[in-house]
Design a protein around this ligand. Structure first.
Ligand SMILES: Cc1ncc(COP(=O)(O)O)c(C=O)c1O
Length: 359
């Protein structure tokens, strides 16, 4: 198995399994961040006057990493900001479909902004259920986390293409926060119309950075909504469209977005395909060990799609004991949630299991 671990600072005795909460930043990226901050805030630099150029490099690299387009990629402080802005912009008459027990930031804006919506339960055959629900309810928009934050259920990536093929009018807005960074992802080929994510988990980028990518289909209703608003003309906003004034209304943090850019470069150097293979091998190892012990959620066990976010079905009251042994994880739902990223190896899983069995 590849050794990616040596690129990270993990203190002796710590088993880091909390990527679904927040991921680690690679050593080299942390060093870049320290040096950049020093220079960025020094008195004699012009870096602070060239923020837009810097931000444009982030957009360029981010959109190329996920095969989006830089003009339709927006940098936001986190997932929730991007998602709220897009819901705000879509016509208030639109109806929505979502899954029960979604991450609260997905469901709440629909409630708060009084948007008509239906939700369906998460089952082992969730893709079939979603397909039927789209036919039954005819929603304008499906909003969905590709990987669910409590159970780790990961939607089959081919499903979005099939759904789009059968319902070309449906707008698909995806939350990629628990998914992007775990495998190769091509936005242009995905069937998804908008994807937003925070960078501090699987993208190894720390807090304060997130993004939104839109495709052509979604440009139209959004542009229609803002078509009667005069575009900004002041020279300092040259290059901003009306949509930018909603998604990127003010100055952006070069340190936060620079960290995202550097972490993407780091992942690119390792190779996303290699990272994907590493995670698949590790995930398979964990599924085997946990399934033998009856520690997987039944509806997850039945699925072929396996995500590296796993809810281990043990008593969540064991959490303080795991914490005492420096196993970094988190109680969620009916179990303890773990995540397996490139800095993990089978020893981490063995250590977790050993400790649980000794209790
Ligand atoms: C499914 C999912 N989406 C999004 C987020 C992050 O959203 P934000 O950073 O806006 O709170 C999380 C964080 O736990 C999550 O689990």
């Amino acid at each position: 198995m590849e050794d990616f671990k040596s690129n990270f600072d993990i203190s002796a005795g710590v088993t880091y399994l909390n990527t679904p909460g927040n991921g680690l930043i690679p050593q080299g990226v942390k060093q870049w961040r320290r040096e950049f901050e020093q220079e960025f805030y020094s008195s004699g630099t012009d870096l602070r006057d060239r923020q837009q150029d810097f931000i444009n490099t982030v957009k360029q690299e981010l959109s190329s990493f996920f095969n989006g387009s830089p003009e339709h990629t927006f940098l936001t402080p986190n997932f929730s900001f991007a998602y709220n802005a897009i819901i705000n912009l879509l016509p208030p008459t639109f109806t929505y479909l979502l899954l029960e027990d979604e991450y609260p930031s997905l469901a709440y804006p629909l409630i708060a902004q009084r948007r008509a919506h239906h939700s369906i339960p998460v089952t082992a055959d969730v893709e079939t259920q979603l397909m039927e629900a789209v036919t039954y309810y005819s929603p304008d928009v499906l909003v969905i986390s590709i990987t669910q934050y409590i159970s780790g259920l990961q939607i089959d990536s081919n499903f979005f293409k099939k759904l789009k093929h059968q319902h070309p009018e449906l707008i698909i807005i995806a939350d990629g926060t628990q998914f992007l960074g775990t495998q190769v992802f091509d936005f242009a080929q995905s069937g998804i119309d908008a994807i937003a994510a925070s960078g501090y988990k699987w993208l190894l980028s720390g807090f304060g950075n997130g993004f939104l990518m839109l495709n052509e289909t979604l440009q139209q209703p959004l542009n229609e909504r803002v078509s009667d608003i005069p575009p900004p003309t002041v020279p300092m906003w040259a290059g901003k469209t009306t949509l930018h004034t909603f998604f990127e209304p003010g100055h952006q943090d070069c340190i936060a977005f620079g960290t995202l850019r550097e972490s993407l470069r780091f992942m690119q150097r390792q190779g996303m395909q290699r990272i994907e293979t590493h995670l698949q091998t590790l995930t398979q190892y964990a599924y085997n060990a946990l399934s033998q012990r009856g520690w997987l959620l039944p509806h997850i066990q039945q699925r072929d799609q396996r995500s590296p976010l796993i809810n281990v079905q043990i008593d969540p009251r064991l959490y303080p004991k795991l914490q005492n042994h420096k196993i970094m994880c988190f109680p969620r739902g009916t179990g303890i949630r773990i995540g397996l990223h490139l800095y993990n190896n089978p020893t981490d899983i063995d250590r977790l299991i050993d400790l649980i069995e000794k209790q």
